[in-house]
Design a protein around this ligand. Structure first.
Ligand code: NAP
Length: 320
């Protein structure tokens, strides 16, 4: 563990990479430990149409590559491995990765994002990777000209359905309510797509099949009637949960695993900051993650200068 970095960033999605850009531009030594498959949710996204600065849609992986290239050109260092352990009890803070590599730093920014949520029913486990997926971009091709379902009613579900509609024979969206949560533009596009069908007010009871998935059993939440549907594939798109297992005992987390924040960027440990989906269950956009990354790096820089970023609680106290 030779060098102690000024800022160590855990996570290499838009939050972590923006933090890296701002950190090095503030003259700080920055290491990004980005995970074995760095890049975050954008790596699984095709057309990104709502990130400012791109007249035409940019592909998620290209956007990540550009951010990483920018951070790297400015002087950020990278190490791509999963973090398994952190030591936040005393400074300098420490971190250990899967490959047992150890790093230390005077401040840390956690930007590990979130992972897909699963339904949690026993038969889901049986067909995971064998008919059930959470990633149309990764697995859609295996269902060429087949009948699939997408479970969920948010932006992710609409994007998955639209992507799959170009490959599959039919895509049936199964949603537990009769109103979608997704943004209007995605809803409209999905509803205007001929081979996207809809099953409303329905929850999944069971995935059916012998070795391979061949059907799904659902229940109408209004009538309580159950029915089965023949399908070849199912895509679960019911949201995300924060990837914070490795932080337990080192930082305050809420009951869902999101980092408990003292201000927009400060965690319960002074000198440890957080940015992006790992603490944001509301907006979860690439652009908001990037914005939080910028704020976290500026607050880490302030902290290193010896000015503690003033937390909202402290600010309120000062006002009284
Ligand atoms: P989300 O907005 O939380 O939506 C999850 C959907 O799954 C909801 O419709 C929810 O139903 C349903 N759901 C949740 N738990 C369920 C369960 N146990 N069984 C059945 N259905 C369940 O999640 P998301 O779609 O992944 O989006 C997350 C965030 O990422 C959002 O802020 C979104 O805007 C953002 N995002 C943006 C884009 C983009 O193109 N800009 C793309 C993807 C994601 P209810 O509606 O009944 O709660």
């Amino acid at each position: 563990m030779a060098k102690t970095y000024d800022i160590l960033i855990i996570g290499a999605g838009p939050a972590g990479l923006t933090a890296a850009i701002y950190g090095v531009r503030a003259g700080r030594s920055v290491l990004v430990v980005g995970g074995k498959t760095p890049g975050g949710q954008l790596m699984l996204t095709t057309d990104v149409e709502d990130y400012p600065g791109f007249v035409d849609a940019v592909q998620g992986p290209e956007l990540v590559q550009r951010m990483r290239g920018q951070a790297s050109r400015l002087g950020a260092e990278f190490f791509d491995d999963n973090v398994t352990k952190v030591g936040f009890k005393k400074s300098p803070f420490t971190l250990e990765t899967d490959e047992k590599k150890k790093f230390s730093a005077k401040s840390v920014i956690i930007a590990v994002g979130s992972a897909y949520k699963w339904l949690g029913i026993p038969s889901e486990l049986k067909f995971k990777g064998n008919g059930i997926s959470t990633c149309a971009v990764c697995d859609g091709y295996f269902f060429k000209n087949k009948d699939v379902v997408v479970i969920g009613g948010g932006d992710t579900a609409m994007r998955e359905a639209l992507f799959l509609s170009k490959i599959c024979k039919t895509v049936t969206v199964i949603h537990r309510r009769d109103v979608l949560r997704a943004q209007a533009v995605l809803q409209e596009r999905a509803k205007a797509t001929k081979n996207i069908k809809w099953i409303w007010n329905s929850e999944v009871l069971e995935f059916l099949g012998d070795k391979k998935l061949s059907g799904i059993k659902i229940k109408n939440t209004k009538t309580h009637q159950t029915s089965t549907l023949k399908i070849d594939g199912a895509f679960v798109a019911i949201g995300h949960e924060p990837s914070t297992g490795f932080l337990k005992g080192q930082l305050e987390l809420d009951s869902k695993g999101y980092i408990t924040m003292r201000s927009q960027t400060e965690t319960s440990v002074p000198g440890v900051f957080a940015a992006g989906d790992v603490k944001d269950f509301r907006y979860q956009q690439a652009v908001t993650a990037a914005g939080f990354g910028c704020m976290a790096a500026m607050d880490a820089d302030n902290y290193l200068h010896g000015f503690r970023a003033v937390s909202e609680a402290a600010r309120k106290k000062q006002k009284k």
